[in-house]
Design a protein around this ligand. Structure first.
Ligand code: FER
Length: 294
């Protein structure tokens, strides 16, 4: 009897330990270091005709290690910030390194990652006054380009699973605002939504999720993260507060740091591991602990 009690006790301690291990709070050291000993994905540069903009536009594509035209893949649309273009993630975040390493550890599902140019205007370079009203407006105009031009192009060119449950959108700063605006505004298109350090272009919470019951029903995952010292944290916090008050499950993850790629790379590392897998919403609140660091 005593032995049985001891065994049960040991099991409880062990399970509790391994459970707490599963709540990953930060990327481990080396997560963004190139490893020569593992398979690598491939980076392509593509061009598509945008009826929305009336121009040929560029996007960067990452296909996973072992990519095959005979398989079908889910897609993550990964958006840049106000100072960037379609190459910003590639240059600043090297997402292919992070994702290759995660594949090698079997921590993510195979997916195609599309890095578009989110400034939907004829001259979409990040030059001159990047805060000029027409340039900022072009980040909103990208919603139509994405839905009507880019997604159909990608789904025609690559072997893609074309339903909402296999389509994710995430981004940094202006791209985070776009992801929340477009993702929550088009729940029939996206089931996985992530905003890293979302910018002032993020719609007011009541506009983002005017019907919380529907948002809750349709979303697989809503991820909101930000550096604790980021001057833009209010846009993440107010969204979190509203979602919490309206009972919409989401991950609110505040980590030490400012408005930079250290935070965004960690965001990608963490967010990508949830994608296209069964989600256990009961662990979401674990990520919100320690959110008072300032
Ligand atoms: C602003 C401050 C920051 C703003 C946009 C940003 C449109 C975007 C920052 C980024 O994308 O890194 O007032 O207004």
């Amino acid at each position: 009897m005593k032995r049985l009690i001891l065994t049960i006790f040991a099991l409880i301690v062990f399970c509790g330990f391994s459970y707490s291990q599963e709540i990953l709070k930060h990327a481990p050291e080396g997560f963004d270091t190139v490893r020569a000993d593992i398979p690598h994905g491939k980076i392509d540069s593509v061009e598509y005709e945008s009826k929305t903009v009336g121009a040929t536009r560029k996007a960067i594509i990452y296909t996973p290690p072992g990519f095959s035209k005979d398989e079908k893949y889910p897609v993550l649309y990964l958006l840049h910030g106000i100072g960037g273009d379609e190459k910003e993630w590639l240059n600043g975040g090297r997402p292919q390194v992070i994702l290759d390493n995660l594949y090698a550890e079997k921590k993510i599902e195979p997916m195609i990652v599309v890095m578009p140019n989110g400034r939907a205007m004829k001259d979409d370079r990040a030059t001159g006054n990047i805060m000029a009203p027409d340039k900022v407006q072009a980040f909103a105009a990208f919603e139509k380009d994405l839905l009507n031009d880019l997604i159909p192009f990608i789904e025609n060119k690559y072997p893609i699973l074309k339903d909402r449950e296999h389509r994710a959108i995430a981004g940094l700063s202006m791209g985070g605002g776009q992801s929340l605006n477009f993702g929550l505004g088009n729940l029939d298109t996206f089931a996985w939504v992530g905003g890293f350090s979302s910018a002032p272009n993020t719609k007011a919470p009541e506009e983002l999720a005017p019907n919380p019951v529907e948002t809750k029903k349709k979303l697989k995952l809503l991820w909101i993260s930000c550096g604790a010292n980021d001057g833009l944290i209010t846009f993440s916090r107010r969204t979190h507060d509203y979602l919490k008050a309206n009972d919409v499950p989401h991950i609110y993850y505040i980590e030490p740091g400012g408005h930079d790629f250290k935070v965004w790379k960690n965001g990608l590392y963490m967010f990508s591991q949830f994608l296209f897998k069964p989600v256990d919403a009961s662990i979401f609140s674990e990520y919100s602990t320690n959110t008072t660091i300032q």
